[in-house]
Design a protein around this ligand. Sequence first.
Ligand code: DC
Length: 226
Amino acid sequence: MTPASAPFLIVAIDGGAASGKSSTSRALSERFRLMHVDTGSFYRAVTAELLQRGVQADDTASVEAALASLRFSTRLEGRRAQMEISGRVVPDAEIRTPAVNAAVSPFSAIPALRTALLAYQRGQAEFARSQGFRGLVMEGRDIGSVIFPDADFRFFLHADPAERARRRASEGQQDSITERDRLDSSRKTAPLTCPVGATDIDSTFLTLDQVVDRISTLLAPRLNTP
Ligand code: DC
């Protein structure tokens, strides 16, 4: 348990599709005992739910109406914060399908959807505190720019597209990462971008351990304290 007076630390990790954010964030959460928040899984869960209701991304009125009926809460699984939609965690098998991969960027570009998730994402800091964590590592596209621009640490991961495609294929996933990056970077609201002042890491020629070690060196002075 962390003493109530201890500072709470926020680590923001942004980057494009298959840039290594999730593996890196998971490893950091284990190493420093931080809560892990994968906001991409939130956008995926909402997308899966809307698709299941027959809502299309180009029908903004239907998206807004459906969003109004969704209730978001959080369940902790190990160190990972899982989003519940109206009391149910949408399982990984339902959010990592080709249909969700194809639809998640168009849905994520809808301002009403981003607004619906904004307070929920910021609220993860309070949830982590209430669970006794000393901090959280949150990964996404706009964490260091919009969700937590004042985060204690902000990182931006990128890697060569061919290397990223190789990583996704080795996970057995069918995913058009270049197209998602194009849509995520060009949308008007909270586009994927390296926030000013963030530490930019090119992981093309680095192993996961090397990326985690590089970030850990910066975090350790603040987090390796009793
Ligand atoms: O991290 P991921 O590839 O699982 O994210 C899936 C999609 O969710 C991504 O293509 C865009 C959207 N997303 C977003 O718009 N903002 C975030 N903070 C996280 C994800």
